[in-house]
Design a protein around this ligand. Structure first.
Ligand code: PRP
Length: 212
């Protein structure tokens, strides 16, 4: 049988994830010196780490080619999918927020409102809960530009430090939801490889709890 495979989100969550794995005692030397390699072994643990973009972490876990994954709640909320979300890892903390040009009120007036966002499903759901019909325009990055250029009345986006908003004359009008990294597990692996996965999940949960 192939090694247990864990898919990690490349970039912002990578460092914290590697630190958790090292605290548990896994040898992450390959991950620390990965070069351009995308599949790294954890020697002595019958485990492989796969580095992927957030949305692809979910895809690989859903299809069962990876047993577990570490991915942000933002991507989970936007993409959905069928898997178990077994732990809040506590790092990668930020939030989804509705932001507008400083001093403006998204809810004023009766005209239909437009939201620009990289997360159309999150935005749609947020306004559906308020029974509001909103026009949503999908933007691929630097969403802050949209209200500045007059394309939208507001944005639904990730806010971490708030610096990007501030430096572009925008401000949070309303919180949408908190975000942090989550540990996800393929539903079939959870049953078929339970004996191998349970101790890994438990040690990750323990390492997170100890740090909190
Ligand atoms: C995210 C987000 C904001 C920024 C928020 O963008 O979309 O632009 O980070 O961070 P802050 O509150 O600490 O300033 P990201 O860097 O992921 O790139 P993007 O512009 O491609 O969305």
């Amino acid at each position: 049988m192939r090694p247990i495979r864990i898919a990690l989100t490349k970039g912002r969550l990578e460092k914290d994830t590697v630190e958790v794995l090292e605290r548990i005692g896994y040898d992450c030397s390959q991950l620390r010196n990965k070069g351009r390699r995308l599949i790294l072994e954890i020697p002595g643990a019958n485990m492989e780490v796969v580095l992927a973009k957030a949305a692809d972490v979910i895809t690989y876990v859903e299809h069962g080619v990876c047993d577990m994954g570490v991915v942000g709640k933002d991507t989970i909320m936007e993409q959905g999918g069928s898997f178990f979300e077994v732990a809040d890892l506590g790092f990668g903390r930020c939030r989804f927020a509705l932001a507008v040009r400083k001093g403006t009120d998204f809810y004023s007036g009766y005209a239909e409102k437009t939201i620009a966002t990289k997360y159309p499903n999150v935005a749609r759901q947020f306004f559906a809960e308020k029974s509001m019909d909103i026009r949503i325009i999908k933007i691929e990055g630097s969403v802050e530009l949209a209200p500045l250029l007059g394309l939208s009345d507001g944005i639904v986006d990730i806010v971490e430090t708030g610096t990007t908003l501030k430096e572009n004359g925008l401000e949070v009008q309303e919180e949408v939801s908190p975000i942090s990294a989550r540990l996800i597990v393929n539903t079939a692996s959870m049953k078929l490889r339970k004996k191998e996965l349970e101790p890994v999940i438990a040690s990750i949960q323990k390492a997170i709890a100890e740090k909190a």
